[in-house]
Design a protein around this ligand. Structure first.
Ligand SMILES: Cc1cc2nc3c(=O)[nH]c(=O)nc-3n(C[C@H](O)[C@H](O)[C@H](O)COP(=O)(O)OP(=O)(O)OC[C@H]3O[C@@H](n4cnc5c(N)ncnc54)[C@H](O)[C@@H]3O)c2cc1C
Ligand code: SF4
Length: 440
């Protein structure tokens, strides 16, 4: 990113100095013990031993702290920047119950991870010599983690990704005020050193490609995430100035920020919608409005994200849907219709348009962020693979799919965050190891 973009997208959570980190660490009550893990640790999907690494920072032993965090989470530096901590570790901190702010666990984790990865000291101990091969589709957080675990069991691991660089959505979608690229390269380097092979710009697609892979590999992990943005079939959606969320963010993350107008309308109620709204503010749009077809209470975005967006001046129109993008060649306005929530037979509420309740929002940019589609094309290419409600179907309590050679995890199976994808990758690696060791 250019210096100007760096300035626009200043990090929301900048690093702490070593002194600040020690001072913050001394606030931790170091709850928990061998028989009852601390609430923060239980709230972390990768079960990082938080009191232990925070205590190491307090003692000034950042290196030890780093090894503790990486032993549970090979993307600990990334997670420190992007985890939704108010609903995970920091939300569970006991200090919340006594009217104090929680320990800044993620920022301490960032210090710990930095201390180690900076010295390139995280060595994945690979037991080479295993002849079994595992193919991983997707170099996102789930695929990278699965590879990190499997290479330590000695397997020969190859990761395929259609993108030119690793990281999946972390590299191409996560808001640049949380994470640009670093520390991904530092986190991937140990995998390469341990012998993981990467095949970038390689989309594995079609029956033949998967049959070929099945001959080469003893097990296959599908860390494929979700596909492109869902399209809204609203008249005018091809006008200049109307964007889909993922290409918009991808352009921004690649250092070519999209041209943006004074007034931006964002459609959607999830975290991606709030991200693009906050990105539009930073790119200079003076009026940014989010419209969502249900009420605030029903928004899938985290509540704290909505409050942060409001504090940045973003306006919300709840219970409204776009019915037309208006303009000649370029967008001039978004026509919207108010909705009301109507119960169905079992009491679930669905938005229904209110007849005649139409209004217009002047806009020169509109960004549609209404979710991503599942990669259901895999059903045609791999026998036994099935999707149900947009999720890849797996055996109960396992990462194994109905096709015994295939395992899956991450967003493709219902995850919604990086740290969850990391945990899926860990679980899948264990299941694959058991399968290849003949224990399953
Ligand atoms: C805009 C946005 C912002 C987000 N912000 C946050 C955040 O702040 N914090 C957070 O924790 N989470 C965030 N998330 C969610 C998080 O990024 C995902 O949960 C996580 O990346 C999922 O990891 P994954 O490994 O399952 O899939 P992905 O990260 O999607 O990676 C899948 C990879 O598989 C590759 N692939 C797929 N099919 C094939 C194929 N056939 N051949 C070759 N390669 C293939 C893709 O190219 C991709 O690189 C955000 C998501 C979005 C969309
Ligand atoms: S990985 Fe994420 S959820 Fe887990 S302790 Fe670190 S910041 Fe918290």
């Amino acid at each position: 990113m250019s210096v100007q973009l760096d300035e626009m997208f200043r990090e929301l959570k900048p690093p702490l100095t070593a002194f600040e980190a020690q001072k913050e660490a001394s606030r931790c009550l170091e709850c928990g013990g061998p028989y009852a893990p601390a609430p923060c640790t239980l709230a972390c999907p990768t079960r990082i031993d938080i009191p232990r690494f925070v205590s190491a920072i307090r003692r000034g032993d950042q290196d030890r702290a780093g090894h503790i965090v990486f032993s549970s989470n090979p993307l600990a530096g990334t997670c420190a920047r992007v985890c939704p901590t108010p609903v995970m570790c920091e939300g569970a901190c006991v200090l919340n119950h006594v009217g104090q702010r929680p320990v800044a666990i993620a920022r301490l984790q960032r210090n710990a991870a930095h201390a180690v990865s900076n010295r390139a000291a995280i060595d994945l101990v690979s037991r080479r010599g295993q002849s079994r091969r595992v193919a991983i589709i997707g170099a996102g957080p789930s695929g990278l983690t699965c590879a990190a675990e499997l290479v330590q069991h000695g397997y020969q691991v190859t990761i395929y990704d259609q993108n030119p660089e690793p990281g999946g959505l972390v590299r191409y979608a996560i808001a640049p005020y949380r994470q640009r690229v670093a520390p991904l390269p530092d986190e991937i380097e140990p995998l390469t050193r341990a012998g993981v092979q990467f095949r970038f710009n390689t989309r594995v697609a079609g029956r033949d490609a998967f049959s070929e892979l099945e001959k080469e590999a003893d097990a296959i992990f599908l860390g494929v995430g979700l596909g492109q943005d869902m399209e809204l079939d609203v008249p005018g959606h091809r006008l200049f100035g109307v964007w889909q969320a993922l290409p918009f963010i991808r352009a921004l993350k690649s250092g070519r920020p999209p041209a943006i107008g004074r007034s931006t309308v964002v459609i959607g109620g999830g975290n991606t919608a709030l991200d693009v709204a906050r990105e539009a503010v930073r790119l200079g749009s003076e009026q940014v409005t989010v419209i969502y077809r249900r009420d605030r209470h029903s928004m899938p975005a985290y509540d704290y994200e909505v409050s942060e967006a409001e504090a940045e001046g973003i306006r919300f129109h709840w219970l409204a849907s776009p019915v037309g993008f208006l303009g000649e060649a370029w967008l001039d306005a978004v026509e919207c219709q108010y909705q009301e929530l109507v119960p169905d037979k079992v009491g679930r509420f669905f938005p229904e348009p209110v007849p005649g309740a139409i209004f217009r929002l002047p806009a020169d940019t509109a960004i549609m962020a209404v979710g991503q589609v599942a990669r259901t094309e895999l059903e045609q290419w791999i026998s036994g693979i099935r999707f149900d409600h947009g999720r890849l179907v797996m055996d109960a309590d396992s990462t194994r799919t109905p096709n015994p050679k295939y395992f899956a995890g991450g967003d493709a199976v219902g995850g919604v965050s990086v740290v969850e994808a990391v945990q899926w990758g860990k679980r899948a690696a264990e299941d694959i190891h058991r399968y290849l060791a003949g224990e399953d």
